[in-house]
Design a protein around this ligand. Structure first.
Ligand SMILES: Cc1cc2nc3c(=O)[nH]c(=O)nc-3n(C[C@H](O)[C@H](O)[C@H](O)COP(=O)(O)OP(=O)(O)OC[C@H]3O[C@@H](n4cnc5c(N)ncnc54)[C@H](O)[C@@H]3O)c2cc1C
Length: 460
């Protein structure tokens, strides 16, 4: 892709991390830079396979409606390619058994799409499209080890090659360094080493633990009518379950439980765990299916947001995106969509710019684009028993908002208007504040009783 600006605004850009956030950012910045270099610690496999630098790649990865839109805006036709490669495209709630607030959501409510490719398939599709651009080069098996420059200006990175001489350190200068190294980002320590303050951190954790196992079955769809299950974890019912189809006639099954109730990592225990769900539909279906391999666990589910936007005013040359900026409890399935929204925000901020934009402006735009996801994840987690952290909503205002959102949630299963508004927020199509400002949602939430839906699995 050729630079769109008459003269590149950004000079040399180095992106650390070549996963979803790093690749999408490289794609956007390549339009405005002389050159973009991506440093990736892993070696990429030729096929769509999990890799060690992305341990979550063995877990279910849902692409929300906002993510579908954002990816197609950035890489037109990408989700069509995924569908052609077998990635399922589902309507929610029409195609799923979704259990929330003690009942099934009516499947006749207005529906929005999600996609459920495996994570390796999605990442490979993004990678192939992005790295086809000759203005982007990628150095794999290359691990970033630090930043260069000073407290007020980042001028490059240090790195080592994982394949060759481990002791040898190299450096690369850059006008802009982008950290997209994910949840394990070390930029706070690297800044401290340069004499700059580490960013403020906002945290909220519930101790939720995850396990995922792949299944196969002769049953085309669970229960013959629906294409999967989503049992939403809530304060009164803290066990979560996601059963979704993926390409290759596989089913991705993810179970999650709060602190002290981690799903087991053996197949029998994994299936037995679903006996405690509020409905026997998922257990019955899992009992007819065969596990492919063992369940894989995951425990790093803390919501963590680093406020680089506050410090960025006094510093140039560093931008942080994706999970390195805002890591979300994965149970809400938002991270990839949020990363795509980060890239769209950058694209919009840079489009039409005549002069190099200040780094803090870019950082603020990126943070703003993941604010909705942060509010959803911390709002829902904040209501869970044992939630703690400095991002917990406390005080009278927080309690009133939680009380109201609880009422919204109770009305989702039986009220099509509240369901649509709620799903739009969860899909990151609308800000959480829309649940408080829409007169129709307010009226139904405050003045109408919840409508009961049938106790059996919903039929179309
Ligand atoms: C269990 C689990 C389930 C999830 N489910 C969903 C879901 O259903 N839907 C959804 O949208 N999101 C989900 N997510 C979140 C999603 O995986 C991430 O938000 C998404 O991958 C974007 O992350 P990223 O690109 O910022 O970081 P990552 O995908 O974590 O990638 C970081 C990259 O940086 C590289 N790297 C790390 N350190 C260095 C270094 N020093 N030098 C060079 N390279 C480095 C790594 O090798 C890797 O390639 C889930 C996450 C987890 C943990």
């Amino acid at each position: 892709m050729r630079a769109l600006s008459p003269s590149p605004l950004l000079g040399q850009v180095v992106v650390l991390g070549g996963s979803i956030a790093g690749l999408l950012t490289a794609h956007v910045l390549a339009r405005h830079a002389e050159r973009v270099t991506v440093l990736e610690r892993d070696q990429y496999a030729a096929g769509p396979e999990p890799r060690s630098g992305v341990p979550q790649s063995r877990h279910t990865h849902v692409l929300l409606s906002s993510g579908i839109r954002a990816l197609d805006e950035l890489l037109p036709g990408l989700t069509r390619e995924l569908r052609d490669a077998g990635a399922p495209h589902l309507s929610v709630p029409a195609d799923l058994g979704v259990w929330q607030a003690g009942q099934w959501i009516s499947r006749s409510h207005p529906s929005g799409p999600i996609m459920t490719p495996t994570r390796p398939l999605l990442e490979r599709a993004v990678r192939e499209r992005v790295l086809a651009n000759p203005d982007i080069r990628v150095l794999t098996s290359t691990e970033a080890t630090g930043l260069t420059g000073g407290p007020h200006q980042i001028t490059g990175v240090t790195y080592r090659s994982r394949g060759g001489d481990h002791q040898a350190r190299h450096s690369l200068s850059a006008d802009l360094v982008v950290d997209a190294t994910g949840r394990g980002s070390r930029t706070p320590e690297w800044l401290t080493a340069l004499g700059a303050p580490a960013p403020d951190e906002e945290l909220l954790e519930t101790g939720r633990a995850y396990a995922t196992c792949v299944f196969q079955t002769d049953e085309l769809v669970p229960d013959g009518h629906i294409r999967g299950f989503y049992i939403v974890p809530e304060a009164r019912q803290p066990l979560g379950t996601i059963i979704l189809p993926a390409e290759g006639d596989r089913w991705m099954v993810t179970l999650s439980g709060p602190r002290g109730q981690a799903p087991p990592n053996d197949v029998t225990g994994f299936v037995d765990f679903t006996r405690d769900l509020p409905h026997d539909g998922p257990h019955k279906w899992l009992s007819t299916a065969q596990a492919v391999g063992r369940p894989v666990g995951f425990r790093h589910t803390t919501n963590r947001r680093r406020r680089y936007d506050r410090a960025a005013r006094h510093r140039t040359g560093l931008l942080v995106v994706g999970d390195a900026l805002c890591a979300l409890n994965p149970v809400y399935g938002q991270g990839m969509s949020a990363a795509a929204l980060n890239a769209v925000a950058l694209h919009r901020e840079l489009a039409g710019a005549r002069a190099t934009p200040a780094t803090h402006r870019l950082q603020r735009a990126v943070l703003r684009s993941s604010r909705g996801a942060w509010q959803v994840a911390t709002g829902a987690d904040g209501a869970m028993p044992g939630a703690n952290g400095n991002a917990l909503r406390t005080g009278v205002g927080g309690r009133v908002v939680n009380w109201y959102l609880d009422r919204v949630s109770e009305r989702v299963p039986g009220d099509p208007v509240v369901c649509r508004a709620f799903r739009d927020v969860f899909s990151l199509l609308a800000p959480p504040s829309s649940l408080l400002t829409s007169p129709r949602v307010l009226h139904r939430t405050l003045l109408r009783s919840p409508v009961q839906t049938p106790p059996d699995l919903p039929t179309p």
